[in-house]
Design a protein around this ligand. Structure first.
Ligand code: ADP
Length: 619
């Protein structure tokens, strides 16, 4: 018998699944039922849309039977089935490219998190937690030959031809000592109710019942009960559903064991006839920032499953939403290409986004809940501000930032409410380190004037905020930029004139290292600071872009040095001649300004040496 060996990743994964996720081994049944349900969905779709499959007599269902005496459990479906190549490819390799990362993550803190199974498409293997031998009998719909796949889950698997009457798949688990408990009617019943109640196909449990007849003789009766509700949950009337029902459905839909933060159920009738049910998970799926993330929304047409792999059903920034879109207005045999430009679907999407954002806004009234939400999804809301021009106003109401005047996060609206009477501008500072930003000399004057400054320390903040021209009537201004001095009415033109020779001399020393040297009106206690030209990216931003390898397209931008005319160092410098000491102080002023902004010096040793010389002279 030719034996196929598992790919290395599979053996590693099997080992991990069996040992790490052991505490919750009952989920194997959920995984197998969910595979059967997918297989039924696929065939149902083909039987409606593809002539070749229309002849098939098809009553989709899942059957479960067990034997307490033999310790076996069998899960069967009459779905699409698998041919030899499918068996080899699907049950011998792991489909998604994130698998390696998944294995690595599993060895960390997430070891016991059974939620991750399923999320990463390793569901089938979970049956080896409870069985030491598994046989899969399968025949693909429309084909004449069936096959039997067999494995001990350790070394590899074999595939042989097998006579199978009907299309579909039967999986027989030979339960081990740990798995014996699952060959039991009550146990199976409770697992199905817990995880698979809303699978849209009937799940039948076959069992025997011992009774005594009227002659007091024991008779064994074969019985079969449907164990689940098997209805399209989202089509039930909203008034008949309770929070508890929504949460239960969420869990069967996503395999997430925590409650969602929010659910949004919409049943629209009229020009467009559709139902949507969306959920916000309490935790973002952990592939959310990978480009091959799995979309969370499934598309149904007239209750028939169409796809769960269409990233266009939601805008990318809402990729954390889980749920269902079901519409009466599309033909079932709609092709993928058509889906993408379909105007009905784009209308549904548009309405859904509006609805979702308005629910976020409602959620934001509850500060505690919203901060949990924003902590998890804030970065995605910011992505939205950048991507979704149409809904920008609403997204601007949803974003939150740190600020110099508060410990928590605040909204633009709150900022505006806190503004001084004659303030017309919203000020913000960008960078990568909150502590550095809070103590930056760039904010000195604002502190003095009691003007609040938003602190933007997330790596995408600068790109996002520079795409926003205004919030309501208020202009937004970065305090890292040069032109901000203009509106503080601090500028004293007489002083500027007086210090012009000094700024020129400093520029002469620093040469190309700075774009300009200017007199500052924002500094109070510090002698100097670094800003950039109004239209240039900040130095921190340039560093981020460098790290991302994005600098080629952009010429290097130089900072502007600002000096504080009211500082003793500056007034003393003004009286100094063109000595080496003067030059050294120019460098020290420039480099200390870089340092307080958290920017690395190109030659720290040189800086220290100049500093030591200065110290020595002052002693
Ligand atoms: P996932 O279901 O997340 O893709 P699994 O390891 O559970 O991962 O299953 C791997 C693949 O095996 C499935 O994607 C499917 O193609 C195939 N498969 C599993 N169970 C069945 C079944 N009952 N009928 C048909 N195909 C199946």
């Amino acid at each position: 018998m030719p034996k196929h060996v598992f790919k290395t990743e599979v053996s590693q994964l099997l080992h991990l699944i069996i040992h790490s996720l052991y505490s919750n081994k009952e989920i194997f049944l959920r995984e197998l039922i969910s595979n059967s349900s997918d297989a039924l969905d696929k065939l149902k779709f083909l039987s409606i849309t593809d002539k070749k499959f229309q002849k098939i007599d098809f009553q989709p269902k899942i059957d479960i039977s067990f034997s307490e005496d033999n310790n076996t459990l069998t899960i069967s479906d009459n779905g699409i089935g698998m041919d030899k190549a499918d068996l080899k490819d699907n049950l011998g390799t792991i489909a998604r490219s994130g698998t390696k990362g998944f294995i690595d993550k599993l060895t960390g803190d997430t070891k016991k998190d059974s939620n991750l199974i399923g999320q990463f498409g390793v569901g089938f293997y979970s049956c080896f937690m409870v069985a030491d031998k598994v046989e899969v009998f399968s025949k693909k719909a429309g084909e004449s030959n069936g096959h039997k796949w067999k494995s001990d889950g350790k070394t590899g698997f074999t595939i042989l031809s097998s006579d199978i009457d009907n299309h579909g798949t039967s999986i027989i688990l030979y339960l081990n000592d740990e798995g014996k408990e699952f060959a039991n009617k009550w146990r199976i019943d409770s697992i199905i109710k817990k995880y698979s109640n809303h699978v849209s196909f009937p799940i039948f449990l076959h069992y025997t019942e011992k009774n005594t007849d009227e002659n007091k003789q024991e008779v064994v009766e074969d019985k079969c009960d449907q164990m689940n509700e098997a209805s399209a949950f989202w089509k039930k009337s909203k008034s008949s559903l309770k929070k508890k029902n929504y949460i239960e459905f969420y869990k069967t839909l996503t395999n997430d064991s925590s409650d969602p933060i929010l659910y949004i159920h919409t049943q629209a009738e009229g020009t467009l006839d559709y139902t949507t049910l969306f959920y916000i998970p309490s935790k973002a799926p952990f592939d959310i920032f990978q480009s091959d993330y799995k979309p969370g929304v499934k598309l149904y047409v007239k209750r028939v499953f169409i796809t769960d792999d269409d990233k266009d059903l939601m805008p990318t920034y809402l990729r954390f939403i889980k749920g269902v879109i079901d519409t009466e207005d599309l033909p079932l045999n709609i092709s993928r290409e058509i889906l993408q430009q379909n105007h009905i679907l784009s209308k549904i999407k548009k309405n859904s986004v509006k609805k979702i954002l308005s629910e976020f806004k409602k959620l934001s009234k509850d500060k505690v809940k919203y901060s949990i939400f924003f902590n998890e999804y804030g970065k995605l809301i910011k992505e939205g501000i950048y991507q979704d021009f149409e809904n920008r106003e609403d997204l601007l109401e949803l974003v939150r930032y740190k600020s110099t005047n508060s410990d928590g996060l605040i909204s633009f609206n709150e900022y505006v409410d806190n503004m001084n009477k004659d303030q017309k501008i919203i000020y913000y500072i960008t960078g990568t380190n909150e502590k550095t930003l809070r103590s930056s000399p760039l904010t000195e004057v604002y502190r003095k004037k009691n003007i609040e400054v938003l602190i933007l320390d997330n790596d995408i903040d600068e790109i996002v905020i520079s795409s926003i021209p205004k919030y309501k009537d208020y202009e937004l201004k970065s305090v890292n930029k040069s032109d901000v001095n203009d509106d503080l009415d601090n500028v004293d033109s007489k002083k500027e004139e007086k210090f012009k020779p000094l700024t020129d001399r400093i520029k002469n020393v620093l040469k190309d290292r700075v774009k300009e040297v200017n007199l500052s009106s924002r500094l109070m206690d510090s002698p100097s600071c670094i800003v950039v030209d109004q239209n240039d990216p900040t130095i921190q931003m340039q560093e981020i872009m460098k790290r991302m390898g994005n600098m080629d397209a952009m010429p290097e931008v130089k900072p502007i040095l600002e000096i504080n005319p009211n500082h003793k160092i500056i007034s003393k410098m003004d009286k100094m001649g063109k000595t080496k000491k003067f030059k050294d102080i120019c460098y020290l002023l420039f480099e200390q300004a870089l340092l307080v902004e958290g920017i690395d010096l190109s030659d720290p040793a040189e800086f220290v040496s100049k500093l030591n010389t200065a110290l020595e002279k002052s002693l």
